[in-house]
Design a protein around this ligand. Structure first.
Ligand SMILES: [Cu+2]
Length: 489
């Protein structure tokens, strides 16, 4: 073999090897050795927003200035809590970097704070993820440097003893390390992080609520929420998108205890960066997010509507606050989803499902119930149909489900209430001075059942004691369903 041919062969083998490396995605690049260009001050954002994508910018020396603030906030309507925060929000400010960036991180502890804090960034390769170098007393600041050598979405958190308590009070956030050239562009990007909270009083108990160490150790949270509080992502604070857009959610879980079964009701994740790393799973319904971990989920929104973000450990969503909303506007697409096109009577067989609510069109035995009978039967119906959203004492969930207790909307017009249960209710309404803009689906109940449940509601929790009769429901059922707009006037 001539020398020339040998050389060509060697070259070819080398070429093929390098192509193979690129194709299977092994990061052969040693990002520790990338030299950085000029300095740049990092843009930091409060949730649910994220800084601008890195695009194809070269690696830089990135200056991050973050200030710790201990601040009073609201966990739920009337429930106060002192949060410890990175940058004034829970989760803390979003940090966006790229592989090869050299981060100069300055952590400031506001002089009004009471405690020392530090930061452990999971994106850091080094002892304590920076914690050892960043312990800082109130009124002081500490600077340390690290190089981003692994792309991915990473959690950061405080790691000052008692570590669990600092995290439980809201000291966590996300740092994104984008790959070379950046993540593929999308239309909307959001920042959501789950956390569990432990308060002296039980869920909903008003006033200032101190942290409860015993409940935290027992892992019995009173609140499980997205972005630090009940209703942070509902009503007019809902995430938004337009039909046809692609949405990317940087989803983290601060814990301190629970893992999250993240799901968006009515959507399927087209792509999930599992655990915030390189591996991509496709067509996912629910993705597991470990405490101290993350995922990047991406999906195209094809039809309009309100899509509910939940931890599918579902009592957390409907009873502890882990519920957010994505409102999608745009044209309907009947090919993908066409709503109710037919309604029929389904006769279930078998003993276990015979307690299902009957259809309103079935034959009913008419009995003249007393007020007390109606209330007793109505309470039962409430427990199996309305409770999940409007809650046990009709208190609702701020920003998501309006109260039925002392509801001015309810008390003003029984026929309107009947129609809400008969036909469902959507669009903006105001209940006791608070705006709601969500969807209640129609409830598949008979005239008697609707009159019973509403009579129960009207005769509970300080409402005006209206007795709703089956005849009133029958009259409304006979009329065409009112347009959403008429319901709100
Ligand atoms: Cu701390």
């Amino acid at each position: 073999m001539s020398n020339f041919i040998k050389k060509v062969l060697v070259l070819c083998v080398a070429c093929a090897a390098s192509i193979a490396c690129k194709q299977n995605g092994d990061s052969t690049t040693n990002y520790a050795d990338i030299s950085v260009g000029d300095e740049m001050i990092a843009e930091l954002t409060a949730p649910p927003f994220v800084p601008k994508p890195v695009g194809d910018r070269p690696a830089k020396k990135l200056i991050v200035n973050m200030e710790i603030k201990e601040i009073e906030g609201e966990m739920a309507d009337g429930v106060k809590y002192v949060y410890w925060t990175f940058g004034g929000s829970v989760p803390g400010s979003f940090i966006r970097t790229r592989v090869g960036d050299e981060v100069q991180f300055t952590l400031k502890n506001h002089p009004d704070n009471k405690l020392p804090h530090n930061i452990d960034l999971h994106a850091v390769t080094g002892p304590g993820g920076g914690a050892a170098s960043s312990l800082v007393a109130p009124g002081h600041e500490k600077t340390f440097n690290f190089k981003c050598i692994n792309p991915g979405l990473y959690v950061y958190h405080c790691a000052t003893a008692p570590v669990g308590m600092h995290i439980a009070n809201g000291m966590y956030g996300l740092i994104l390390v984008e790959p070379e050239g950046g993540l593929p562009p999308v239309d909307k990007e959001y920042y959501v992080m789950q956390g569990d909270f432990y308060t002296k009083g039980k869920n909903g108990e008003p006033g200032m609520q101190p942290f409860d160490m015993t409940k935290a150790v027992d892992e019995h949270p009173d609140y499980v929420v997205f972005n630090g509080k009940v209703g942070a992502l509902t009503g007019d604070k809902a995430l938004t998108a337009k039909v046809g857009e692609t949405v990317r959610i940087y989803m983290g879980n601060g814990g301190p205890n629970l893992v999250s079964s993240f799901h968006v009701i009515g959507e399927i994740f087209d792509r999930v960066h599992i655990e915030g790393g390189d591996a991509i799973n496709k067509n996912v319904q629910t993705t597991l997010i470990p405490a101290g971990g993350s995922a990047i989920v991406e999906f195209k929104v094809d039809v309009p509507g309100t899509f509910i973000l939940v931890d599918h450990s579902i009592f957390r969503a409907f009873n502890k606050g882990a519920l957010g909303m994505l409102k999608v506007e745009g044209a309907e697409n009947a090919k993908i989803y066409s709503g109710t096109t037919q309604e029929g009577i389904y006769h279930p067989e078998g003993g276990t499902i015979q307690t299902m609510p009957k259809s309103g069109n079935g034959k009913e035995v008419v009995v003249n119930k007393t007020l007390d009978q109606q209330i007793a039967d109505g309470k039962n119906i409430y427990g199996r149909t309305c409770f999940a959203c409007h809650q046990s004492e009709g208190q609702g969930i701020p920003g998501a489900f309006p109260p039925l207790a002392k509801s001015d909307f309810l008390n003003a017009d029984p026929n309107r209430a009947v129609n809400a249960v008969l036909h469902g209710l959507s669009g903006e309404i105001t209940v006791n001075g608070k705006k709601f803009n969500s969807v209640m689906t129609s409830q598949n109940l008979t005239d008697q059942e609707i009159s019973d449940v509403l009579t129960y509601v009207y005769n509970s929790w300080g409402n005006n004691k209206t007795k709703v009769t089956p005849e009133m429901v029958k009259t409304q059922r006979a009329k065409p369903a009112p347009k959403a707009k008429d319901m709100h006037e």
